[in-house]
Design a protein around this ligand. Structure first.
Ligand code: C2O
Ligand code: CU
Length: 577
């Protein structure tokens, strides 16, 4: 009895010293109709300090959404954020859906409005996530707490003997590092993301049963890649990449994830009841040039304060795992065969596209290849430009050429892709499945192949961007549209230059022509599903026309068509009645 007491006391002492906080497990939402209220809150990361945070249906982070493949779902995203001009958006990262439902920077959710896209779940079972994507605001909104998982189930996944009891043998692990200022407020765009957290919990511990357990890892950090491993160096088994299950479980003892990437892994804790093991970040093993490694850049290209952040290049604990009792009906073995991933045939690609990652150096006498600012193809993101036009159902190979000294995690919306090669060499086994993020190493080249199927929209673009959030916010982002040559009219330049103001507007839009058009032009206001809600003719010789819409608040397109073509601009209407 005495020995037992001493044992327990030691156990408590150890826990107290190393890990004080029970791991937060985000709530779950199920069904097909999801009400997501984006709200302000307060979280005590460093009691008694109150840190202002953002959350969905709570003060910090967002519930985990469970959906089934083939279901039609509706997401009611209500933006109740306070603060001046705090519009947001909500992007379903990794999901294959129409551009207008994608939640990129063009699907603005104004304050006190609700955006309700409906779409069908077409992705395979896997771990996806959702987060805001507002122009220049992604880092702020994600860092303050807006991020949640989407777990898709399907019949192929259900047929396997895998752990799938959420929070019992199947754990969501949103891994982040954050910066706090001296008043314990979350800061962004600093070099000091020195506070690791899992599911928003600092120094977390969790009890997991002594059996096979599934971990759904997301690198949800703004700025840092992780090299996951366990303190006892036990092997673990990757079973899924960004886009779902892979062919076979892959044994490994290190797994690197970059910003936005997910992996599902199995760990076998059988026979370990009473043991403690740590999920670690082995930052010292990240290659040079990766954010979080011991070095980025060279003598002439430095990132300010990078070496003052003591987490860079360091190995540190992320999560203390206490192995508890087995559950009833435990999974006790690692399945070998999972779900076959059909490989896209390289020879089927009909389009090759190249994206160059570079600094916009004309602003600097000495471009800083480690600090940026970075851009694709020497252009910063612009809301009104379309950078690539893709034709529906084309299979394309994209070549990503990184001329900089930082490794950038490249993410593309709409589709999942397969990596063809990395710097001409083979793709590691655990990156051969479906992906929507790939880390393009510093001064390296990555190629991927994909087919742009199902969704075309001549006016609403999808995004591709660096998932280092301040790179994205600073303009390392671009857009593409997918065009169906059978059904959509190409948006040609109409030959008529015009401006629309005010925009946003709550009563009318004035369309002013730089030069009065010689012939009649047709002006149409179109909603996001393509319905014309207002039509007007501006006869030749006039210089301006006023549109007075009677429509609901939201995003609309104004299309100007002349004899030579048409062009479309986006407007925001705020209905005050
Ligand atoms: Cu996770 Cu375009 O974003
Ligand atoms: Cu980047």
């Amino acid at each position: 009895m005495i020995t037992r007491c001493i044992f327990l006391l030691t156990l408590f002492a150890v826990q107290f010293v190393h890990a004080q906080n029970p791991l937060f497990i985000p709530d779950t939402l199920n069904g097909t109709n999801f009400n997501l209220t984006v709200q302000n809150g307060t979280t005590q990361f460093f009691p008694p300090s109150n840190t202002p945070t953002y959350g969905i249906n709570g003060a910090f982070l967002s519930p985990t959404l469970f959906v089934n493949k083939w279901d039609w779902v509706t997401m009611n995203v209500n933006n109740t954020l306070t603060g001046n001009g705090n519009s947001t958006t909500m992007h379903w990262h990794g999901l294959h859906l129409p551009a207008m439902d994608d939640g990129g920077p063009h699907q603005l959710i104004l304050q006190n409005t609700t955006w309700s896209p409906s779409f069908q779940i077409l992705n395979n079972a896997g771990t996806y996530w959702y987060h805001p994507h507002g122009e220049g605001k992604t880092d702020l909104h994600v860092s303050r707490g807006l991020a949640g998982l989407i777990i898709i189930r399907d019949s192929a996944e259900r047929a396997l003997n895998l752990p799938r009891t959420y929070g019992v043998d199947d754990f969501p692990l949103i891994v982040q590092t954050k910066s706090f200022d001296i008043l314990n407020q979350i800061a962004i765009s600093t070099a000091y993301d020195t506070v690791p957290m899992v599911n928003g919990t600092i120094d977390p511990y969790v009890t997991m049963p002594a059996q096979v357990v599934r971990l759904r890892l997301l690198d949800g950090a703004s700025d840092r890649s992780f090299m996951f491993g366990f303190s006892n160096n036990m092997p673990f088994y990757q079973i899924a990449t960004d886009g779902g299950l892979i062919d076979t479980a892959l044994a490994m003892n290190r797994l690197r994830l970059s910003n936005g990437e997910r992996a599902e892994v199995l760990i076998d804790l059988s026979g370990m009841q009473g043991d403690t093991v740590y999920l670690m970040n082995y930052g010292s093993e990240l290659a040079h040039g990766i954010m979080g490694a011991d070095s980025v850049g060279d003598a002439n290209n430095q990132m300010p304060d990078y070496y003052s952040n003591y987490l860079n290049g360091a190995d540190f604990n992320l999560l203390m795992i206490i192995v508890g009792a087995q559950t009833a009906n435990p999974v006790t073995s690692i399945p070998t065969a999972l779900v076959p991933v059909p490989q896209i045939n390289i020879a089927s690609a009909t389009v090759n596209r190249t994206i160059v990652f570079d600094t916009l150096s004309e602003q600097f006498t000495q471009p800083n290849l480690a600090e940026g600012p970075f851009a694709f193809d020497r252009e910063f993101f612009h809301m009104d430009s379309i950078n690539q036009t893709v034709y529906l159902n084309d299979t394309e190979i994209w070549t990503l050429i990184n001329l900089t000294q930082v490794s950038h995690p490249f993410h593309i919306h709409d589709i999942q892709f397969q990596i063809v090669d990395i710097n001409g060499g083979p793709v590691p086994a655990n990156q051969q499945g479906w992906k929507d993020v790939v880390l393009v190493p510093a001064e390296d080249t990555v190629r991927f192949i994909t087919t742009f199927s199902d969704f075309a929209d001549a006016s609403v673009p999808y995004m591709y961007h660096c998932h280092l959030l301040h790179h994205e916010d600073d303009g390392m982002m671009a857009s593409f549209i997918v065009i169906d040559t059978l059904t959509s009219v190409m948006e040609n330049y109409s030959g008529v230059d015009y401006t629309i103001y005010p925009n946003p507007s709550s009563d009318q839009f004035i369309i002013g022509f730089d030069q009065s058009p010689e012939e009649n032009v047709l002006i149409e206001m179109i909603d996001l599903s393509g319905r014309v809600v207002l039509q007007q003719i501006c006869s030749g010789g006039n210089t301006q026309v006023t549109l007075t819409p009677t429509v609901e608040s939201g995003t609309y397109m104004i299309r100007i068509s002349s004899a030579t073509g048409s062009s479309t601009k986006r407007v925001q209407f705020i209905d005050q009645n």
